[in-house]
Design a binder for this molecule. Structure first.
Ligand code: NAP
Length: 484
């Protein structure tokens, strides 16, 4: 199956922070791959902007270096494509907090075409950028702005950020990125649920025993120690990525596949979340191994109470999910890098087979990484003589195998940036969603801060603290293995 490329009208895209890490590693390579795929019509312009003094020639060389370093082994780009891509690039030296460079940027805008401004800078600059775009006449109705996480560190800061953007832009011009939502499998989650008759009738507390969401990393906090120590797994992963996955798995079917209809349903899930009980959450910090330092050494803060691992049991108070627990966990320096959602169905109500046929249930697993795909554990008869012994086997659909290599899906940033250009906000978080997620998260964090709860140490390469395993064991359930 060959993926379809739908070219978009020529557009102007400004990357504020065009010299930064995110621009080099993700945004520019993503734009380049869409360029290679033939999605950008002639006339499209990409403009880097930051304080570092550079001219266009220097910026083009800077971007070419980044592409060579970070574009991986992406094939499909003809030789010479980097050179052609360089021709659509330019650069403006400007300071978000000053006036130099802004008139030059405004002069580069083509009237009457879509313009997008990617705020790939720290959130403290969002308000300054929005204000100056307005002051220099670049904030018209065709303008879109893209903002990165973290979108605040609590409800108050998120509200302040929302206000600073809303002063100059309407909500339908603001694209809050959560790159998890750009993943192929995440979108497939909606296709599976709402495009098939098979699952939706079973998608409720009557048939689903519980749902597990795991986002595990093998890396530690790396060079982000100072930032991470002020944030932790709850703010860095749960409040945004895991919460978004939870919403997509738990939401009601929207009446139409339209950005606001989808986001209305996600918002209802967040608002129906029960407050988290202190004994329903486990926090951890990774220990050193022979090669690498532990969390406390990494962040150079021996007294840190910040978690690099979190596991929790959540409940959703609505008709569909009352009584079905959702178990979420995320952490660093774990056994493998893997992200998956597992929907564990209940056992059949009555066992007609012999008692030694064992306990069996269907599990639908949605793999986000690695090997994006879906598998469904189905119970069948174990082949061969010897009676009716049952065994669970996976019906495995790895997308790259099922759909063929030509179905090579664009990565999350490619898809999301092109959605900005097309004006499709479905996969972006709305302001009220972000605020609702913080409103649920804030009291949980305040609780452990007030109590002075200390995260539990766990071994590098493990599945997190033993207490996280106990969180499920005491309910008679078990986490799925963390494996690549
Ligand atoms: P970074 O490497 O520190 O880059 C920051 C960029 O902002 C640089 O290009 C810097 O260039 C520019 N900048 C700083 N102050 C400026 C000012 N006053 N006016 C104009 N430009 C200014 O940070 P990053 O890692 O790219 O992250 C950017 C944003 O994305 C942050 O909000 C971060 O939390 C978020 N994010 C990053 C990642 C990631 O993987 N890196 C992932 C998710 C989210 P000059 O110094 O030349 O001005």
């Amino acid at each position: 199956m060959v993926s379809r490329i739908i070219p978009v009208e020529p557009f102007d895209l400004v990357v504020f922070g065009g010299t930064g890490d995110l621009a080099r590693r993700k945004i520019l390579p993503a734009l380049f791959r869409r360029f290679c795929a033939g999605q950008m019509e002639n006339g499209t312009r990409i403009i880097g902007a930051a304080r570092t003094a550079m001219d266009d020639v220097e910026y083009r060389a800077f971007v070419a270096e980044a592409l060579i370093e970070f574009n991986g082994d992406h094939t499909g780009c003809e030789p010479g494509t980097i050179k052609r891509f360089q021709e659509i690039l330019s650069y403006v030296t400007l300071d978000a907090k000053g006036d130099g460079g802004w008139s030059e940027l405004a002069a580069k805008m083509h009237p009457g075409r879509v313009r997008a401004f990617y705020f790939s800078v720290g959130p403290s600059l969002f308000g300054d950028l929005a204000l100056r775009l307005h002051q220099y006449g670049m904030a018209d109705h065709d303008t879109r702005i893209v903002v990165e996480k973290p979108f605040g560190r609590d409800l108050d800061t998120a509200r302040a950020l929302n206000r600073s953007l809303a002063d100059h832009f309407n909500e339908n011009q603001i694209y809050r990125i959560d790159h998890y939502l750009g993943k192929e499998t995440v979108q497939n989650l909606m296709a599976i649920r709402f495009g098939n008759m098979l699952f939706e009738p079973l998608w409720n507390s009557q048939y689903v025993d519980h749902i597990q969401i795991t986002v595990a990393e093998t890396v530690g906090v790396g060079g982000r120690g100072e930032y991470y120590d002020r944030s932790g797994a709850m703010r860095d992963m749960v409040q945004n990525h895991l919460m978004q996955l939870l919403c997509l798995i738990a939401m009601e079917p929207p009446a139409v596949f339209d950005p606001d209809a989808v986001r209305d349903e996600k918002l209802k899930v967040i608002r129906a979340l029960n407050p988290l009980k202190p004994d329903h959450v486990v926090r951890g910090q990774y220990l050193a191994d022979e090669e690498k330092p532990g969390y406390l050494e990494h962040v150079e803060n021996p007294d840190s109470l910040t978690e690099s691992f979190i596991a929790m049991k959540l409940g959703i108070s609505n008709w569909r999910w009352a009584g079905t627990p959702f178990y979420l966990r995320s952490g660093k320096r774990l056994r493998a890098r893997t992200s998956e959602i597992a929907v564990v169905f209940k056992e059949a109500p009555h066992n007609i087979f012999t008692e030694d046929s064992g306990r069996h249930r269907n599990i639908l697993t949605i793999r986000l990484q690695p090997n994006e795909g879906i598998d469904l554990d189905v119970t069948i008869k174990e082949p061969g003589p010897g009676g009716m012994r049952l065994v669970d086997v996976p019906l495995d659909m790895t997308f790259s195998e099922a759909l063929g290599p030509d179905a090579d899906a664009p990565d999350a940033y490619e898809r999301l940036i092109m959605d900005v250009v097309r004006g499709n906000q479905t996969l972006f978080m709305r302001g009220d969603e972000v605020e609702a997620a913080w409103a649920w998260t804030d009291p949980v964090i305040a609780g452990w801060e007030e109590r002075g709860d200390r995260p539990i140490p766990y071994d590098t390469g493990s599945s997190g603290p033993e207490e996280a395993l106990a969180l499920m064991h005491r309910d008679g359930r078990k986490w799925r293995d963390i494996r690549a």
